[in-house]
Design a protein around this ligand. Sequence first.
Ligand SMILES: C=CC1=C(C)c2cc3[nH]c(cc4nc(cc5[nH]c(cc1n2)c(C)c5CCC(=O)O)C(CCC(=O)O)=C4C)c(C)c3C=C
Ligand code: FE2
Ligand code: FE2
Length: 345
Amino acid sequence: MASTKTKKGIILINLGSPDSTNVSDLRKYLDEFLMDERVIDKPWLMRALLVKGIIVPFRAPKSAEAYKQIWTEEGSPLIVFTKKLQHALQARVDEPVEIAMRYGNPTAEEAYAALEKRSPEINEVIILPLYPHYAMSSYETAVEHMKKVYKQKKYPFTISFVSPFYKNDAYLNALAASIRPSLEKKYDHILFSYHGVPARHIRKSDVTGCHCLQSDTCCETESPAHAFCYRHQVRTTTRLVCEQLKISPDKYSISFQSRLGKGWLEPFTDIRLEEMPGEGIKNLLILCPAFVSDCLETLEEIAMRGKEIFMKAGGESFKMIPCLNTNALWVDAVEQMVNGEMTSD
Ligand SMILES: C=CC1=C(C)c2cc3[nH]c(cc4nc(cc5[nH]c(cc1n2)c(C)c5CCC(=O)O)C(CCC(=O)O)=C4C)c(C)c3C=C
Ligand SMILES: [Fe+2]
Ligand SMILES: [Fe+2]
């Protein structure tokens, strides 16, 4: 029997941005985002009342102003950097590369259709969610959405997903290289600020039902829960990259940003930024490794508002290390991952 030759296509999926900074586009984007049951995990009616009745009407005008601070002529930084990553990868691989956004545009349907149109003979699509760490509100929802859309039509290809790459060697090398030049100048401390999640989400994702968040050190005790534990994974990325760079544990820490409501992972980035100068940390290096593309949460929340909090509290220098964006070592890592050369589980 003749064997079928594999013809691959690649999709990079990221979170997505509003189409513009108009309040109406913000409403549409926030509605789609926050009505996702993996982001706000309340029963549909309660979620709809909260999102459509309270959060979106109040947040949309404020978010529109925030997006205006970072919007470029080419559009939202998150989309622009994801497209640039697509082109950088495309320059290295023969397989067609498309992008999709979990919320907004381009959609999953468009990405599948674009691959089919570019190469009708594709029989296998590798999907890389652009999140280093597993969270039900990021990695899981991207995967489930791509699967749901895939099932709605008869596509001539199979789909498979790259796992969270928080301890992948090539990713860690890229992250370390992006930090290394900043270590040459004087600094007192490095803050790894990760996007926060509700603690409840971590407990929900605990496959053992009895491990996650049981103590402050449970993330350091081996457990099958860690394949889905955001806190374990961000701690692992931080520890491994600091070991590689020989940064001693007293010189760095982790915090969580962008909280929306109560019961989120602590410590909070904004609170730590206010406290640090009083603890003698006057010269700060900060990075946001939950994001591989600079976006609203890095450029506006941290580089603008976070810096202001720190400097007002008595800080002297605040250096933000950019996301990996189109860093050549990061493109190497992406190329390895879509080629199935993952070293993480
Ligand atoms: C319940 C609310 C939210 C959860 C949980 C959450 C998790 C989460 N988000 C990202 C990545 C990004 N989030 C971004 C923006 C953003 N996030 C939330 C809410 C939750 N996120 C909101 C309401 C917004 C919109 C902006 C705002 O109004 O503040 C972005 C930036 C998008 C952009 O266009 O630049 C990213 C990226 C992760 C990785 C994550 C869980 C780990
Ligand atoms: Fe978010
Ligand atoms: Fe855990």
